[in-house]
Design a protein around this ligand. Structure first.
Ligand SMILES: [Zn+2]
Length: 313
């Protein structure tokens, strides 16, 4: 394999290879984007990093801030509440939480109802209006938030989108209280589903996902910034199962990654078809996600890490 130009942004190693021999389709208008894998730490990343991806986020949110069908919205709400319950359960009393890339703020709304003081960040113009808490519309590193001011900071499927996730980690380390909790969930590039589906894997999400982590590379990034890893979660009903179901759809329809874009922009009849297909496939996907979790190769991994120097919670 021909080595790609540039060293690994995580470990600095000079030797990188084209991931899976470069067999990945990028949208034509982004140029010669490619995926590299560091031969030392295993981080997979786009090289070069695209300059402006804003056009690729327009299809992310539907009209009036609703991304999905009402039926799917109910399921999404259930999962957002579950996140809030899980975080709240790790603390003896509510504190201050920052959700980076908070979307419509559903998890924060739930945490607020449990007594948490909530803050979020979101893209300019995409932050939900009228929320009863502050949503910043700048990058975290530009906000200059007060040091040691948060009990918990969360990034749900956001870390892989950041142009410089390593600077963001340093800033998170600065603004978390000693002993504060950091929760990061990312797609797992070493998952069974990533290996099986290759370029048809839903969570590859090119070109929006710039970095593709696995537990070893994410551990390395966290430990480099002084975080202490407490726990890993390898089973994901939400992202793990949808990854299997929709990647299989991309393969069966022969549409490849275009299948997911059709889904985002799709007409209602098409969206309903996918919804029914997903329900029918759910038992199979649940079994597959369980197998992935047992092998510690889940489609999504969640890591819980603490800032050293105290014991909050
Ligand atoms: Zn590396």
């Amino acid at each position: 394999m021909k080595p790609a130009a540039g060293s690994c942004p995580l470990c600095g190693h000079e030797s990188t290879s084209a991931y899976k021999n470069g067999k990945f389709r990028f949208p034509k208008d982004i140029g010669a984007g490619r995926l590299c894998r560091c031969n030392s730490c295993g981080l997979v990343f786009q090289n070069p990093i695209p300059d402006d991806l804003s056009g690729f986020y327009e299809a992310y949110r539907g009209e009036e801030g609703k991304r999905f069908l009402n039926e799917v919205e109910t399921i999404v709400k259930f999962f957002r509440r579950r996140r809030a319950v899980a975080i709240n359960g790790l603390f003896a009393r509510p504190g201050r939480v920052l959700d980076i890339g908070c979307g419509r703020g559903q998890m924060l709304q739930e945490l607020r109802s449990m007594g948490w003081e909530c803050f979020g960040t979101e893209f300019p113009g995409q932050a939900a209006k009228g929320l009863p808490f502050r949503v910043y519309d700048s990058d975290l590193v530009d906000l200059h938030l007060p040091g040691e001011s948060f009990d918990a900071i969360t990034l749900w499927h956001v870390f892989e989108h950041l142009k410089d996730p390593f600077s963001a980690l340093a800033e998170i380390g600065r603004i978390l209280k000693p002993g504060g909790l950091l929760v990061i969930s990312v797609p797992n590039i070493d998952s069974l589903q990533a290996m099986i589906f290759g370029e048809n894997w839903l969570h590859l999400d090119l070109p929006r996902h710039i970095y593709h982590f696995s537990p070893p590379s994410l551990s390395r990034a966290l430990e480099k910034k002084g975080f202490i890893i407490e726990d890993w979660r390898h089973f994901s009903a939400e992202y793990g199962m949808s990854g299997t179901i929709l990647s299989l759809g991309a393969v069966m329809t022969g549409k490849g990654p275009d299948f997911f874009n059709a889904l985002r922009r799709g007409k209602r009849i098409w969206t309903y078809g996918i919804f029914v297909y997903s329900i029918l496939m759910a038992p199979f996907a649940a079994a597959f996600s369980t197998l992935e979790a047992l092998l510690k190769k889940g489609g999504e991994v969640i890591v819980l890490a603490r800032k050293s120097g105290g014991s909050l919670g």
